[in-house]
Design a protein. Structure first.
Length: 390
């Protein structure tokens, strides 16, 4: 057995000559494959749980589907592919020293690093645009405000940067195979400045996206406690710029290192952490209905009544109150809120292009009914088909 081991070492040709005092060990190489696998498994678990819960709230409880949901689905599928590529990379020579693997294995792990980094840049751009879409939906109900314009401009810049960066990355060498096999004849552009520029802009955009909602949360009309809770939810995204900063530092640190197979997979691991943070910040704000404390009956009741149920409820309430304005008895939006039992009603489920606006000055009316105080607000629901108030 010892003679076979010595023979295999004598015939082994490493991808990189080992440093002085170090001997190649292809049979038992140093590796951080196990650590990378644990980290990737943790990321998969976290972002998949967040994604499944978001889908449950959006599709089952609220019965809604918008472009933001489509982006979230594509993002999750891409993140699963990115995790699979990362695991394949660290089990195919990545995370090992160049002097412990053959040139063929080195080229293979370089190829998968190239594919993984290209997929990461596209997914990170998609995640940022999806988060900005969430900010616009939550914090910018009025269009063409400075906040709304800022979000649109930032999203456009991110999309343009991702397209330009990916194009340069794909066509950086001629022939293209030289990207993962430097021994081939050909030419390549100096890609270091592209990596630095891409990493720097990625970090800046992450921090800008993190700070964007804080100003909007400060101006929300709610109690301080709720403001703090909302701010905590959105500032959880601080993990994303932290991972992006660590990834940029890693790129700068290893730029002069020849042991690519040992250092480069770490950049993909930081990227997986950044993508996981982006998915969680995209999903967390949608999970509020899961944590709302209701009575046992309200938990078992449907979270979103059908239009027929709403009309029947309104008819009974109008009969108890006696004759009133005909708009009220036929309203699609009128409802009575008692305690924390708050039916969830989406205008888009009742009519297309519906919007609500204050009616009669938007003044609240106080009513005392059966030892209870009710606050009633008149609004006007407008669509291309109806214009009525509740």
């Amino acid at each position: 057995m010892a003679s076979l081991t010595m023979a295999s070492r004598s015939t082994f040709v490493p991808a990189l000559k080992p440093p002085p005092g170090i001997t190649s060990n292809p049979n038992h190489p140093s590796s951080w494959t196990r650590l990378a696998s644990i980290l990737v498994a943790a990321c998969i678990t976290l972002y998949t749980i967040a994604f499944v819960l978001r889908c449950y709230v959006r599709f089952y409880m609220k019965r809604l589907f918008i472009l933001e949901d489509a982006m979230c689905i594509v993002l999750w599928a891409g993140m699963v592919a990115h995790s699979a590529i990362l695991l394949h990379n660290v089990t195919s020579g990545g995370g090992m020293h160049e002097w412990d693997i053959s040139p063929e294995v080195s080229h293979k792990q370089e190829y998968w690093f190239f594919v993984g980094s290209l997929l990461y840049s596209s997914l990170m751009g998609l995640a940022k645009v999806a988060v900005l879409s969430l900010y616009r939906r939550v914090f910018s109900p009025r269009k063409r405000t400075p906040f709304d314009i800022m979000i649109k401009v930032l999203a456009a810049l991110i999309i343009c940067f991702c397209i330009i960066y990916s194009s340069i990355r794909i066509f950086s060498c001629r022939p293209r195979e030289k990207i993962w096999n430097p021994s081939l004849p050909g030419k390549c552009v100096n890609f270091l400045w592209i990596l630095y520029m891409g990493g720097g802009l990625n970090v800046i955009s992450d921090w800008v996206i993190l700070l964007l909602p804080l100003h909007a949360v400060y101006h929300l009309q709610m109690r301080i406690k709720k403001k703090i809770l909302v701010a905590i939810v959105f500032t959880f995204g601080a993990c994303a710029p932290i991972c992006a900063t660590a990834g940029l530092i890693g790129r700068i640190t290893i730029s002069d290192k020849d042991d690519h197979s040992w250092y480069r997979p770490g950049i993909l691991v930081w990227g997986a952490g950044e993508l996981t943070s982006g998915m969680i910040i995209l999903c967390l704000p949608e999970l509020a209905p899961l944590f709302r404390l209701n009575s046992h009956s309200s938990r078992n009741a449907p979270h979103q009544p059908s239009p027929a149920t709403i009309r029947e409820r309104n008819r009974r309430q109008a009969a108890r109150r006696g004759p009133s304005d005909p708009y009220i008895s036929n309203s699609l939006m009128e409802t009575t809120i008692i305690g924390d039992e708050r039916p969830y009603i989406e205008l888009t489920d009742l009519a297309k292009n519906a919007r609500a606006a204050p009616y009669n000055g938007g003044k609240d009316q106080l009513e005392t009914i059966e030892n209870r105080i009710s606050v009633r607000t008149d609004i006007k629901v407008e669509t291309s088909d109806i214009a009525q108030r509740a």
